[in-house]
Ligand binder design. Structure first.
Ligand code: NAD
Ligand code: DAU
Length: 351
């Protein structure tokens, strides 16, 4: 039985990953270490929280003793590090916590794992540390071209700079100690359980509440969207078959402008839910500082080496996602009470 230490497992992608893995395998154990920041939500894991092979521990990835205690108690085979401060706009307002969690937290996990996994000068082949990173580390593209794994990192926000820093440190543990690691760099995820500070759930929530729909700048920035389960599937494949020390880009060639995303959600509401929802709700607002224009992933390496392919196309995925939020209005209501209200009012005070 393999034991996975999943960090940040109560957030958006981490919770989808835990559900994906526990539904796929019955011979694994998952320990979810999560600090439960504003973005962590135990409700995301309601469907699996009573599984005998699932354990939740509330702790900070920067806390060496908490991580060591888990290594003392369990024979941990894999660390999958999702834990992070993940929202670009918050990193512009308050960068320090991004450096602390995303950089120093990663170093702490690496050090503890190295101490427990290293035997003499080598590591056993069956252990692995996975750094869940992002396409944002590559910076911004013009109208043409794609990010490949050898594209230089050139981050622009405190968030992406913290992720790029962590990636370089993870790589250095392979180069220096031959520690078994992989780094994954995925494009924009969407799906169930995403915190409504991010574009897609924010727009869905605002349509539900007939509120204005904020679009930064001219709305023509491009993101490359992937359904969250396709990301989870890729991470599972990288854990099993990724070559030590390698970076794998993950993306499904679904480039869309932000205005296209917003209009797609409006059309769904107008046709299926409430005919009063219309494009008149769109409100162009001041642009994000340092706003990256275009992201686009070339996933050829993970396709060729690991035979990964995405299973959900954007049109199917976005319908499924909107339906999930409509069926889970209680989840949205709980997560948008409290801290979110203050965040939203400060962030969007001009509208
Ligand atoms: P999220 O903000 O929804 O969740 C982050 C989780 O980490 C939360 O549960 C939070 O409580 C936890 N956390 C934060 N600080 C912690 C700490 N110090 N110790 C322990 N736990 C802590 O984020 P997400 O969107 O699910 O992203 C997960 C990972 O995937 C991040 O590393 C992010 O950089 C990466 N990523 C995200 C996307 C995307 O589109 N969302 C795309 C590519 C990569
Ligand atoms: O590319 C992967 C990254 O995707 C991840 O590493 C990040 O953790 C994740 O947050 C996401 O970053 P983005 O900045 O691309 O996602 P966000 O949902 O914040 O914004 C998507 C686009 O929509 C971006 O161009 C900014 C724009 N936007 C966003 C919000 C919240 C708006 O126009 N209006 C908004 O209100």
């Amino acid at each position: 039985m393999k034991t996975y230490l999943v960090t940040g497992g109560s957030g958006f992608i981490g919770s989808n990953f835990i559900i994906y893995m526990l539904n796929k395998y019955n011979n694994i154990k998952i320990i979810n270490l999560d600090k439960l920041t504003y973005a962590g939500n135990l409700e995301n894991l309601k469907t699996i929280e009573n599984y005998p092979n699932y354990i939740f521990v509330q702790a900070d990835i920067c806390d060496r003793y908490a991580v060591e205690n888990l290594f003392e108690e369990f024979n941990i085979d894999y660390i999958v590090n999702f834990a992070a401060e993940s929202h670009v706009d918050r990193s512009i307002q308050e960068p320090e916590v991004f450096i602390k969690t995303n950089v120093l937290g990663t170093v702490n996990l690496l050090n503890v794992a190295k101490n427990y996994w290293k035997i003499g000068d080598t590591f056993t082949e069956d252990k692995k540390y996975i750094q869940v990173s992002t396409d944002e580390v590559y910076g911004s593209l013009g109208e043409n071209g794609y990010f490949i794994e050898s594209t230089s990192v050139n981050p622009h926000s405190p968030y992406s700079a913290s992720k790029a820093s962590a990636d370089l440190i993870v790589k250095s543990y392979y180069d220096t100690y031959k520690m078994p690691i992989n780094i994954t760099r995925c494009s924009n995820n969407y799906g169930p359980y995403q915190f409504p500070e991010k574009l897609i759930p924010l727009i869905i929530n605002n349509c539900l509440n007939k509120k204005l729909l904020p679009i930064y700048g001219d709305g023509l920035n491009i993101r490359d969207w992937i359904y969250v389960d396709d990301h989870c599937k890729a991470i599972d494949m990288v854990i099993n078959d990724g070559k030590f020390g390698e970076v794998y880009n993950i993306g499904g060639h679904n480039e869309r402008t932000n205005i296209h995303i917003v209009k797609t959600i409006i059309s769904y509401f107008k046709e299926n839910i409430d005919s009063s929802i219309s494009e008149s709700l769109i409100k162009y607002v001041e642009d994000r500082k340092g706003h990256d224009r275009r992201y686009a992933i070339d996933p050829a390496k993970i396709k060729d080496e690991l035979d990964w392919y995405p299973e959900t196309n954007f049109e199917e995925g976005i319908d499924k996602t909107i339906q999930w939020y409509l069926e889970n209005k209680g989840w949205m209501k709980n997560i948008t009470s409290g801290e979110y209200q203050k965040y939203y009012e400060k962030m969007y005070e001009s509208i």
